[in-house]
Design a binder for this molecule. Sequence first.
Ligand code: FE
Length: 139
Amino acid sequence: MITKGKVRTDKIERSEEEWRKLLTPEKFKILRQEGTEPAFQNKYWDNHEEGTYQCGGCGLPLFSSQDKFESGTGWPSFTKPLADDVVETEPDTRFGMKRISVKCARCGGHLGHVFDDGPPPLGTRYCMNSGSLDFVPKK
Ligand code: FE
């Protein structure tokens, strides 16, 4: 279980060079360079197993399969993170779009974006890159 405030005291900071050594090229591109993987050609968009999606950079549990839904976008989509403080958001105006990017609160790794067109009652759609996550099946 993640307790409030734990994440903030637990920040992981590494140089770009360190991350490059630690991560696969795919993970590095998404997590550290804010890359986006192709829709429908990624590991988890159609994954229906029960389990937890953790940060591909630092292993922090971020999303539950219970909050995953069929968005039709070709990326794994969730209505909410596992806890309010496991992710952080910031405005992203790249490519002429106004979006809100989502990153891991512990290591700062880029995960994807959050939109306000998700299903009720929350209305949020966390559109994530599979390549920024590691899925851990429920035992
Ligand atoms: Fe992380």
